[in-house]
Ligand binder design. Sequence first.
Ligand SMILES: [Zn+2]
Ligand SMILES: [Zn+2]
Length: 283
Amino acid sequence: MQLSNYHSHCNFCDGRSYPEDFVKFALARGFRAYGFSSHSPLPFETFWNMSREDMDEYLAEIARLKDKYRGQIEIYVGLEVDYLDHTYNASIPYFQNLPLDYRIGSIHFLPLSPVLKEENMACIDGAYSDFERTVDSSFGGDIRRMVRRYFDSAMAMVEAGGIDIVGHIDKIYMNSQRYPGFSIDADWYRKPLLELFDLVREKGLMVELNTKNLVKKQETYPHKQYLKALCERHIPVLVNSDCHYPDLVNDGREEGFQLLADAGFKSTMELVGGKWEERSLQD
Ligand SMILES: [Zn+2]
Ligand SMILES: [Zn+2]
């Protein structure tokens, strides 16, 4: 098992410490590589996204760490870019022109209007009480409509491209599973998820196994029952902790690798000398 992590947050977004603190924890745990992926700037300000005016400082700080720790650990700079709609996502020139090592595409918001303002966003992440209110008020209390909308957005994100990795690909189930009428086994859930996997395969993207909630809630994204479907499609995977606290850089990694092995995977993807390579689970 390679010790690395490419999905992480720091104080440039909603992470709880300086980037260097994460590097120190990663070094102490014997990591080979560590990547930062701050929440991308949005057309509006939120408490968890980066501000566009902080981008230069972010890039400079991670570049400084790359140099400082050269020979000890490989440091990479990425972004977790929100897909909002066809006008605002990782494929637009702003994100494509940034000097990044990789881009993770994720969905946290479903726009309820073409006007991209925070008040027009249905948030799928965050507190369940807010999610429940959103399904009630904006999706007529029909969780299927919310799920459908999520997968439509996810398909559009993969189609739009400009990303290397799909972040927490089925995060929609985290809150949906508590809403009446939801079922992770229902055709109306399973079919769009598998169609999304098919499109990911066609576009040649990687999918992360996100372990942020594995130790705490026994939850992964993708859900462990769908890992086999990823494996059958030969979709390259990597294990990411999506940590916001330095002491969680390695959270759920060993358990995540075990889940991958149980599902039939033989390898994960790793950045080595700046290039994505397949590495055996045994390495
Ligand atoms: Zn995310
Ligand atoms: Zn994240």
